[in-house]
Design a protein around this ligand. Structure first.
Ligand code: FMN
Length: 374
């Protein structure tokens, strides 16, 4: 295959089984019009600036959101919080995700973001981790409708840029609060809702509940609802849109195992209805280029020592998709310097495609034990 070509048959091109959505108008969130309806979901520790720049260059990303940032840390200016909101002209359109249980801190963080030129704010109401929910933030906010509405309403009132909310279906199966919250948030002026179709109690177990997402779509009048969870292929995306009626889709882990998922979706959308519709398949050279570009952006921001450590955990995700042989993936988990990274890249170029197990890893590391102890 020549670089950047479009192939008509590709492994994982399973879109034929599911009807494609009809031709659509562009989607707007607040005053912003977005080029595609396929967004990068935040994955703390992964979707920072380097990854966002690298994946945007692959094409098709309609919107990206930063990793969650603690509102109080953003306002007090901790180094890490400021690094998390670092951006670049190529990193656009962008939304910054903030979290916290204290309204005053979220309001201050939102005002700080607007004053520093950021274009949109997302409030995290879905994180299941105890260190976030223990402070009243993340999914904990979903347990108190009045409190959540006061907090969200105050943030919306405090800024003129669009405010969106990302949440789960509810705390657990017995407390499915997302549809009622979405309805209230729309009245308060929230510009869009992203809904991960699991409860907090589920963590990342089981499969995403498309009917649950649909209930949220049906609960709002006109704001876009963005469906999220378990989308790995074009067919998964079509299925989610067909079953739920969601206006857009946010993809997290699927983007780590396939950085070209957005490009594939954009192309599939553009050629909907065309028999033998083409499917984008990156060339081996583009795959290696992605690997290098991502690391280079990381070094630009964080320097050599920190970047080597930060990059290692990507190896397991990318390995299969980029055709990296197992022993080189293993070296990527341990490398210590830019020079060593470059040696690995040379070896990947020479031996790309000789991997024995082509299956991509979808498992994520989550804390041990039931979600109550996360
Ligand atoms: C490692 C990891 C980190 C995450 N960090 C965030 C985060 O910072 N903010 C957030 O709203 N969701 C976060 N999520 C949830 C994802 O955005 C998404 O809702 C979830 O992974 C389901 O979507 P997916 O199947 O497309 O990954 C995280 C998930 C994972 C696995």
């Amino acid at each position: 295959m020549s670089p950047g070509t479009v192939e008509s048959t590709v492994a994982g091109s399973d879109s034929a089984a599911v009807p494609l959505p009809p031709a659509e108008t562009a989607i707007s969130i607040g005053r912003r019009t977005l080029a595609t309806r396929y967004f990068l979901a935040p994955l703390a520790g992964y979707t920072h600036l380097a990854f966002r720049r690298a994946i945007r260059a692959c094409g098709g990303v309609g919107l990206a959101t930063t990793d969650l940032v603690q509102a109080a840390h953003l306002v007090s200016g901790t180094r890490w919080a400021r690094q998390l909101v670092a951006t670049h002209p190529e990193d656009d359109p962008l939304s910054v995700q903030i979290y916290g249980g204290m309204t005053a801190q979220l309001v201050k963080a939102a005002q700080w973001l607007e004053a520093h030129g950021y274009a949109a704010i997302d409030i995290n109401m879905g994180c299941p981790m105890a260190k976030i929910t223990g402070q009243g933030g993340g999914a904990r906010l979903m347990c108190d409708t009045d409190g959540a509405c006061r907090l969200v309403g105050a943030v919306v009132q405090a800024v003129s840029i669009p405010v969106t909310v990302k949440m789960r279906l509810g705390w657990d199966r017995d407390q499915i609060s997302a549809p009622a919250l979405a309805r209230e948030f729309e009245q308060l002026g929230v510009a869009a809702i992203t809904i991960h179709g699991r409860t907090r109690a589920q963590g990342f177990r089981g499969t995403v509940d498309l009917e649950g997402i649909r209930a949220v779509v049906e609960s709002v009048q006109s704001i876009p609802v963005i469906g999220n969870g378990d989308v790995r292929t074009v067919a998964d995306a079509w299925r989610m849109r067909a079953v739920t009626g969601c206006a857009a889709i946010a993809i997290g882990r699927g983007a780590l195992i396939d950085p070209w998922i957005f490009r594939r979706l954009e192309l599939a959308q553009a050629t909907a209805g065309v028999a033998e519709a083409p499917v984008f398949q990156p060339s081996p050279a583009e795959q290696v280029e992605f690997l290098s570009r991502h690391f280079q952006y990381m070094v630009d921001q964080h320097g050599e020592f920190q970047s080597c450590r930060m990059y290692r955990k990507f190896a397991a995700w990318f390995g299969a998709t980029l055709g990296i042989p197992e022993d080189l993936e293993d070296r990527l988990r341990r490398f210590e310097s830019i020079a060593e990274f470059e040696q690995i890249v040379v070896a990947v170029r020479e031996r790309q495609g000789t991997r024995l197990d082509p299956r991509a890893t979808w498992e994520i590391k989550v804390p041990n034990g039931p979600v109550e102890y996360w």
